[in-house]
Design a protein around this ligand. Structure first.
Ligand code: EPU
Length: 417
């Protein structure tokens, strides 16, 4: 097991360059196999989640050439065989092979995906979407067999604006005959990035980024060159770090519009921000005011930033509240923050934070990726050393976190325990 050891109390200054978006890249990599020619994806983050997807490509006999942040994917010799649990349960995004393989070969066999343990995460909407397109879904244990004689465009209404279901249905519909409409589609920027990629390969998708997406089926997808958008959650995490202990910390290579909900909360709280075209400069200030947040689908406050944000709220004066509406179990970081000295009570979906409180370094555990992000931030301002066990969760989604934080003045190391 890996652990991150952080000696708190340092000021962060300098520039952190944000990498490609995890939640975009993890959909683009499976989507790439839909092309009949080689495709190139650049700005792919170097995180373990993208490594695992490349392992799955390798297993399917897809050729992948990786040169730092670029991937060239050639699926001309793909073998469409069952993706076993040992691969699929290493991450959530393995489920995108369902839509991609079904869309291209009309058949896929794959075990249930993995992912962070943040509550029940069913895939019923994905499966209902595939069925609406004419596929037959059967399951045995945790393995799904999905196949279709023909995929035909359909009108699909999502009961929830699910990111995964929107992308998966888009993938399955790209080569279906006729027109597919997805209503109540998720609007996250990662969905727009995936739709643009598919369109660059010859798909005909309009409306991505709105709640209605229309897909006109095509028979052939060709080569393309595509860039992953900047990771708004990585950016948000470091902007929060800057609010906690930054002195002219520049978070660079970002799209500030993707972070509006966070930036406006930070301003409400009294954080000193300079918002540029593709960067934010942030300075720590004293006497932040407590605020209330409620997680929502995009463009609301991102659930993936809720956990890191809680660390900052421990510094605010008075009462802050955090309501989690997307996942049923995304407060696993709270007992650890309390162990470090925070005063947080949870009542059902709401965490109430009383501040300011002084945090002290101790031994804690990253129960999931963003809980890990939260604890890294808490450790940066804690007195003494914090050891965060289970750091593998953090490395799944934060690219070169040790190097990026060290470069701006943090004292952080990774150890094997
Ligand atoms: N849901 C269903 N049925 C479905 C699909 C989703 O009930 O068929 C529910 C889920 O149980 C959850 C809610 O809908 O309560 C949201 O799920 P969604 O499908 O939108 O999330 P996801 O696609 O599984 C992606 C990101 C998450 C991020 C969410 C919300 C990937 C690989 N994961 O998950 O990222 O929290 O969208 O923005 O893209 C993370 O990066 O830490 C992370 C968890």
């Amino acid at each position: 097991m890996k652990a991150l050891e952080i000696c708190g109390g340092k000021t962060l200054s300098g520039t952190i360059r944000i990498g490609g978006a995890k939640n975009s890249a993890v959909a683009l990599i499976p989507a790439a196999i839909m092309s009949d020619d080689k495709v190139t994806i650049c700005n792919v983050p170097e995180i373990t989640d993208t490594d695992v997807l490349c392992e799955i490509l390798d297993y399917l006999n897809v050729q992948v050439n990786r040169a730092s942040e670029s991937l060239v994917i050639d699926s001309s010799k793909l073998e469409n065989k069952k993706i076993p649990a040992t691969l699929s349960n290493k991450l959530r995004a393995s489920y995108y092979f369902m839509g991609a393989l079904l869309g291209k070969y009309k058949k896929v066999e794959i075990s249930f995906p993995g992912g962070c343990p943040i509550g029940k995460r069913p895939i019923n909407l994905h499966l209902k979407g595939f069925e609406a397109l004419g596929a037959k879904v059967t399951s045995k244990g945790d393995t799904y067999m999905i196949s279709a004689k023909e995929l035909k465009g359909a009108n699909i209404y999502l009961d929830m604006a699910s990111v995964g279901a929107t992308i998966n249905i888009m993938l399955a519909a790209v080569k279906a005959s006729g027109i597919t409409t997805i209503d109540n589609a998720a609007k996250e920027p990662e969905i727009v990035n995936v739709a643009t990629f598919l369109n660059n390969m010859g798909a005909k998708i309009v409306g991505a980024g709105t709640s209605t997406i229309r897909i006109q089926g095509v028979s052939h997808l060709h080569n393309c060159f595509h860039e992953v958008i900047p990771d708004r959650i990585e950016a948000g995490t470091y902007i929060i770090a800057g609010a906690m202990c930054g002195n002219h910390l520049k978070v660079d290579n970002i799209i500030p519009e993707h972070l509006e909900a966070l930036l406006s909360k930070l301003q409400e709280m009294g954080v000193d921000l300079e918002i540029g075209q593709d960067y934010v400069i942030v300075n720590h200030r004293e006497n932040y005011r407590g605020v209330s947040i409620k997680t929502l689908t995009y463009p609301g406050f991102a659930t993936d930033l809720q956990q890191p944000f809680c660390s900052l709220l421990t510094m605010c004066h008075g009462k802050s509240t955090v309501e989690e509406t997307i996942y049923e179990n995304r407060f696993m970081h709270i007992p650890y923050l309390n162990q470090m000295g925070a005063k947080i009570k949870i009542s059902k979906k709401v965490a109430v934070i009383q501040g300011p409180t002084k945090l002290l370094g101790t031994e804690v555990e990253a129960t999931d990726l963003r809980a890990g992000g939260c604890l890294v931030l808490a450790a940066l301002i804690a007195e003494g050393t914090t050891r965060i066990k289970n750091a593998e969760h953090i490395l799944r989604g934060y690219e070169q976190i040790v190097e990026k934080l060290t470069n701006v003045g943090a004292k952080i190391e990774i150890t094997e325990i």
